[in-house]
Design a protein around this ligand. Structure first.
Ligand code: ZN
Length: 193
């Protein structure tokens, strides 16, 4: 039987990190497109991102009768979709008109789930952008298949840094590091399967 976990940080109650997680305010509007099945996995970093950023918006997909409004998301003024392929231009502050906060669409889930959703959004006209180059990912809970692939939380942090929100990005990454360490410690203890 699956053991009980904190619904927010996804760690076992005895290791719950919630009291130590900061609330990270961002100027950019983060819209997390969260695959319903992946969101239940303890190693899902989209849920951690939502726990850290009270202003983030979480839209589920991947359920029967999927309620995601792809055309509306694709046409959202000033929105860009993060897409990890060279064919997309690099994210830049110049992608956004001055005034309203940028909106970042972040597909969450496995790589194939995220890629399928991204293609749907791009077919509907979404502007796709890749992240600027950066250090290899520090997500040590899943094998992404490449050090160049970063998880959802790291992608959000790197996008924020690229848009000038270095402080929020650093806060996300330090919390993420603590969270990964806590997961690994529990796995070593045999308690976090
Ligand atoms: Zn917790």
């Amino acid at each position: 039987m699956a053991s009980a976990r904190c619904p927010r940080c996804l760690l076992r109650p005895e290791g719950c990190l919630c009291p130590r997680l900061p609330a990270v305010a961002t100027r950019a509007r983060l819209t997390l497109l969260q695959h319903a099945r992946d969101a239940r996995r303890p190693s899902n970093t989209g849920r951690l991102l939502a726990a850290l950023c009270p202003g983030a918006e979480v839209l589920p997909y991947g359920l029967p009768g999927d309620a995601l409004d792809i055309p509306a998301l694709a046409a959202s003024p000033g929105a860009v979709l993060l897409f990890p392929k060279d064919e997309a231009p690099e994210l830049s502050p110049d992608d956004f008109a001055p005034g309203p906060p940028p909106r970042i669409l972040l597909p969450d889930g496995s790589w194939p789930q995220g890629a399928r959703l991204s293609r749907k959004l791009m077919r509907a006209g979404a502007r796709a952008r890749r992240l600027p180059p950066g250090p290899p990912g520090r997500y040590r809970l899943r094998d992404s298949g490449s050090p160049l692939r970063v998880c959802t939380l790291e992608a959000a942090a790197r996008a924020l840094a690229a848009l000038g929100e270095a402080e929020a990005a650093a806060l996300l990454l330090s919390s993420f590091e603590m969270w990964v360490d806590a997961h690994l410690a529990m796995r070593r203890g045999g308690a976090n399967r």
